[in-house]
Write a protein that binds this ligand. Structure first.
Ligand SMILES: Cc1ncc(C[n+]2csc(CCOP(=O)(O)OP(=O)(O)O)c2C)c(N)n1
Ligand SMILES: [Mg+2]
Length: 319
């Protein structure tokens, strides 16, 4: 049985992701964020459920839609907002931006702007873990578009052949930019791709954090017993277009409404209240604390300096 604290922690993580994305969209509209910005709105339960099943020593590998993964893995939102704003106090000194947040101190091997690019990196980290007998499991996040890249097949095959401790987390949000998944792959359910490689593969409701958590916990336990890899397909849906400037007009309204009616944050709140017996007051306290943390993070990032030209060239020359 899940404890009240555990369920509230899951809710808090999902709500933090929700507020982070909402605040950053405002910053984007104010012209303070340059380049692309891919919100994780609607997919909060996937990163949250998977990361809750990982231990401190484990690794994650993230994507261009990676803010939720970073937060769920324990990132400090102050340094995240600063990174997104290109400030020197950001996780990567403001040089990476939204799509390249990494934080080795919490086992986050990094987001990646190359679709599918993180998959072989994660398999490599898992191979290192196995060779060094380090008991590290690697959760690799990627979406349906990435699963059509050749490197996914190669990575699955190698991880399977070498029984590597990898949890492949296929966040099927049904779109690669504006291409619906049914137009880019003949398989009805993408988890069956893993089965073709002899890999244990499951499908879960990616909007229900407890379903994601239960599957991830089992998968991580198997990896620790050298019975990996495991693939989890989490079915979910973006709450908007591919990035902030994409209105997503191609997304059928009824589908969007359906997934919004199964909002992961609302469902998580429901679990905390019905299973964990959390009160409205418990929730209100969390909501207030999260908003305060975000307001402080935004202020910190806005006040932070950009890197000086001297330091920038010094870094470039020394790499
Ligand atoms: C190798 C590569 N090809 C194309 C792109 C351009 N691109 C950026 S995001 C994206 C769609 C990715 O779809 P998916 O893997 O489903 O991730 P989602 O955006 O749904 O999270 C594409 C094609 C890229 N960044 N890298
Ligand atoms: Mg996708």
């Amino acid at each position: 049985m899940y404890s009240k604290k555990f369920l509230l922690d899951l809710y808090k993580t999902m709500y933090t992701i929700r507020v982070f994305e909402s605040e950053c969209i405002k910053l984007y509209r104010q012209g303070l964020i340059r380049g692309y910005y891919h919100p994780y709105l609607g997919e909060e339960a996937v990163g949250t459920g998977v990361c809750a099943a990982l231990g401190k020593q484990d690794y994650i590998v993230s994507t261009h839609r990676g803010h939720g993964h970073c937060i769920a893995r324990g990132a400090d939102v102050k340094h995240m907002v600063a990174e997104v704003l290109g400030k020197e106090t950001g996780y990567c000194l403001g040089l990476g931006g939204s799509m390249h947040i990494a934080d080795i101190t919490v086992g986050n091997l990094g987001a990646n702007g190359i679709v599918g690019g993180g998959i072989p990196l994660g398999v490599g980290a898992a191979l290192a873990s196995k060779i060094r007998k380090e008991d590290r499991v690697v959760a690799i996040f990627f979406s349906d578009g990435a699963s059509n890249n050749g490197v996914f097949a190669e990575s699955l095959n190698l991880a399977g052949a070498w029984s590597l401790p990898v949890v492949f987390v296929l966040e099927n949000n049904h779109y690669a930019v504006c291409t619906p998944v049914e137009k880019s792959c003949k398989a009805d359910d993408l988890y069956t791709i893993g089965q073709g490689f002899g890999i244990e593969s499951h499908m879960v409701d990616g909007n229900d954090v407890l379903e994601v958590y239960a599957a991830a916990q089992e998968a991580v336990a198997k990896c620790r017993k050298a019975k990996g890899p495991v693939l989890i397909e989490a079915k979910t849906y973006r709450h908007g277009g591919h990035h902030v400037n994409d209105p997503g007009a191609y997304m059928p309204q009824d589908r969007l409404e359906y997934f919004k009616s199964r909002d992961p944050v609302t469902l998580g709140k429901g679990h905390a209240m019905s299973i964990g017996k959390a009160t409205k007051n418990d929730i209100a306290k969390i909501d207030k604390a999260v908003q305060k943390e975000m307001d402080e993070a935004v202020a910190f990032a806005k006040e932070s300096p950009e890197m000086s030209e001297e330091r920038f060239f010094e870094l470039v020359e020394n790499y």
